[in-house]
Write a new protein. Sequence first.
Lengths: 132, 132
Amino acid sequence: MTTDWLDKVRWDANGLVPVIAQEAGSNDVLMFAWMNREALRLTVEHRRAVYFSRSRNKLWFKGEESGHVQHVHEIRLDCDEDVVLLKVEQVSGIACHTGRHACFFQKFEGTAEAGEWVTVEPVLKDPDAIYK
Amino acid sequence: MTTDWLDKVRWDANGLVPVIAQEAGSNDVLMFAWMNREALRLTVEHRRAVYFSRSRNKLWFKGEESGHVQHVHEIRLDCDEDVVLLKVEQVSGIACHTGRHACFFQKFEGTAEAGEWVTVEPVLKDPDAIYK
């Protein structure tokens, strides 16, 4: 049993690595999160995204409450070995806790002197109905 | 002159925010980097990606040495206001310093017990020819 592949990842000072979740097929960037060593190991083992919640300071099995599980099709590591990219199948098509497809729903409009972030993506499902 | 939009970003303890660069059109995730407040402001102003290099501790005008500039088509902010997504046109089609299209060229293969990262993307241009 060798976990050399886990040693190859350059974990940061907190033992974490940033993770980008991208939807297989559409290639949409769904969300961004963090993993620790155990989260990445579990992700590979179960082929479902497991993150590490920095706010709750514990493993976060994506979809455990919402049912919005991410089935992992592919895992990539970047040139510096310090960022992970997941290609996932997003159950229900909703990755964001706001009930939207993806987390990046605020678009910059304007100029550096007078800019604003505008919400440009619809809520697909009421969060109250997701998190009962 | 209002820069409220810059205040809306939740900069981390080091004054940085993680940034994902995605290719407009293909939707490929090209790279991951960081920005400070000035980098994001300059990115909006010039419509070219400007990052903050943590290793060199200074602004990094993407493409300043390589010529592989990223023209910014769109800027998105996530639900927690602490991650930025850029949609860019990648000059030359090469985003990675290794001379590859994107930085995520190492693919996980195997199992949790016996896994490895395998390079699956070609070098499009010799880095020695990029950085003279």
